[in-house]
Design a protein around this ligand. Structure first.
Ligand code: ASP
Length: 581
């Protein structure tokens, strides 16, 4: 090795020993006849000292170094007279006797510090420099730990880690595919997996009753802070299980990770139905750290001549504790919040039960104090509370109140960063109606099994069928999703038919799977976790990019290598492809 120790290792007890360290120059300071250099590597920072009185030539050489030069130094560990309790190595410094510059560095385009002056774009372009920052380094260390703990837990539970191919055909998970042309099969294309869904099911048919894989998935969809075109899943599947077995074992995985990574014992998982999630929280991924449930008011408030309520499909509201004192400015902000185009409510009605016992509302013309007292009663409001009410189409009301609930949760600091409330949402509908395509779409994917008791609704009332599907939600973030699968050919055929695939299309795309179902396919089910999201949850930020070594930007570009890029005409010719001019 070029070094005897790392830059994070030396303590007072090493005083007197001779060491060789390698690392990057973090900082150079001159103080009278002394020069100090902070030398950094992955493990920490150690202070080097050069003394003019002892070796002027060496000291002068040190003064000429620049930030991010790579050094190898040899010297003696000394106890510092001026100890730095903020640094792990703050008790010692190295009196340098030999200095080798292993490589010089240009001045980096941003400061390699946690509070850097570099904006996101420049940091992405020079990602290798960004990764030298302690925060980024710690994020990748965290990711490593979560990877190892996941493997450990699942392997100890008897799961086998098995790889599945990347060059496949389409696996429908609701996004567009990334397509790869085949040279040896002209005019034919692979698709990169949106998930290993069909392969993991075939592994079950192959007799591997507990499978997992920490695997890259590829989805060509619009990007957001918590989405990347390639992302990582902990993909799992089990044979001879029911929903509760899957929830049990993967609930335990989550508990294990919280314990090992954060030393937190998380509470038991709540389980609520998809329908209850929507009616109580307005969303299928509610943040359970606080209550503030949606209260249905449609019947109570209609028939008083207030058109907005009378004409609405749904009227519902939330109670915000202690906020009756909200000013006009504050309520205006909330109105603006729910009427933003992303949310799309037509307006927001509020009623205050003031501390002095009076009621005040934005609809005083239509509703008197008795009416408002009735609302308060129905909503469980108390003196001092603010009632916020939205009317309109059910989906708009739910979306608006769900977002408003989170906003008020933030304002009242009810969404504590160190509080984790896990939740399984179950009993999802099997299909949703797609207005654009005028057909039923699977809510998860087409391999999800319908509830046995709903099977007879397949022909007449597909919208009423519930699925054996579940999502894991923590603090409002969807962390995992899965289902018990179909394992019989006839049911799979019916589902394909229901989502508008002709018999031929179904055979062409998924014949292999349906054939497999005819050779003793066992009942099976599984789940997949958004791995990047779990790491981000542990790390405490929303953006998964911070936890991926080389992420893409919002336009799906890798700005460091400048991908995607062009290919040569020769390459295109070989593939039998031409570009439209
Ligand atoms: N393949 C599914 C997904 O990627 C997860 C599952 O059903 O296991 O969302």
């Amino acid at each position: 090795m070029l070094r005897t120790n790392t830059c994070g290792e030396l303590r007072a007890e090493h005083t007197g020993s001779r060491v060789t360290l390698c690392g990057w120059v973090q900082k150079i300071r001159e103080l009278g006849g002394m020069t100090f250099i902070d030398l950094r590597d992955r493990y920490g920072i150690t202070q080097l000292v050069f003394n003019m009185d002892i070796d002027a030539e060496l000291c002068n050489r040190a003064r000429e170094l620049g930030r991010e030069f790579v050094l190898s130094i040899e010297g003696e560990v000394k106890t510092r007279s001026n100890k730095n309790p903020e640094m792990e190595t703050g008790d010692v410094e190295i009196l340098v006797e030999k200095l080798v510059v292993l490589n010089a560095s240009k001045v980096p385009p941003f400061t390699i510090e946690n509070e850097t002056d570099g904006g996101e774009e420049i940091r992405m372009k020079y990602r290798y420099l960004d990764l030298r920052r302690e925060v980024q380094k710690n994020n990748l260390i965290l990711r490593h730990k979560v990877l190892q703990e996941t493997r450990k837990f699942l392997s100890d539970e008897g799961f086998l880690e098995i790889e599945t191919p990347f060059l496949i055909n389409s696996t429908p998970e609701g996004a567009r595919d990334f397509i790869v042309p085949s040279r040896t099969n002209e005019h034919q294309f692979y698709a990169l997996p949106q998930s290993p869904q069909t392969f993991k099911q075939l592994l079950m048919v192959g007799g591997f009753d507990k499978y997992f894989q920490i695997v890259r998935c590829f989805r060509d969809e619009d990007l957001r802070a918590d989405r990347q075109p390639e992302f990582t899943q902990i993909d799992c599947e089990m044979t001879f299980v029911q929903q509760e077995d899957v929830l049990n074992i993967f609930g335990n995985l989550v508990k294990h990770l919280f314990k090992q990574i954060k030393n937190i014992d998380i509470p038991e998982f709540e389980i609520i139905s998809h329908a209850d999630a929507l009616s109580n929280y307005g969303t299928d991924k509610p943040d359970m750290r606080f209550d503030m449930k949606l209260i249905e008011l449609t019947k109570l408030v209609s028939g008083k001549g207030f058109n907005i309520f009378d004409d609405a499909e749904k009227v519902a509201g939330i109670v915000v504790k202690g906020c009756a004192s909200y000013s006009r400015k504050q309520t205006d902000e909330l109105i603006e919040f729910v009427t933003r185009p992303q949310i799309g409510a037509k307006g927001l009605i509020f009623a205050k039960w003031e501390e002095d016992g009076n009621f005040k509302s934005s609809v005083d013309k239509f509703f008197n104090s008795d009416d408002l007292a009735q609302w308060a009663n129905a909503m469980g409001a108390e003196k001092g509370d603010l009632m916020l009410i939205v009317a309109g189409d059910t989906t708009v009301v739910q979306r608006a109140l769900s977002e408003l609930r989170l906003e008020m949760g933030n304002r009242l600091e009810l969404r504590k960063p160190d509080d984790f409330k896990p939740l399984f949402v179950v009993d999802f509908p099997l299909f949703r109606w797609s207005e654009e395509e005028k057909r039923w779409d699977p809510l998860h994917h087409p391999f999800t099994s319908p509830k046995e008791e709903d099977l007879d609704k397949l022909d007449d009332d597909p919208g009423a069928i519930n699925a054996n599907a579940y999502d894991l939600v923590i603090n409002g973030i969807e962390i995992a999703g899965g289902s018990i699968r179909i394992h019989k050919r006839d049911i799979q055929e019916k589902i394909f038919k229901a989502i508008g695939l002709s018999e031929e299309e179904a055979k062409e795309k998924f014949g292999f799977l349906m054939d497999a179902f005819e050779y003793g396919a066992p009942p099976h089910g599984g789940i997949a976790f958004g791995f990047d999201r779990i790491v981000a949850l542990f790390g405490g930020t929303e953006s998964i990019r911070e936890y991926i070594a080389f992420p893409k930007n919002n336009a799906g570009r890798d700005v460091m290598i400048d991908a995607p890029g062009k290919v040569s005409q020769d390459q295109l010719d070989e593939l039998g492809l031409s570009l439209k001019k």
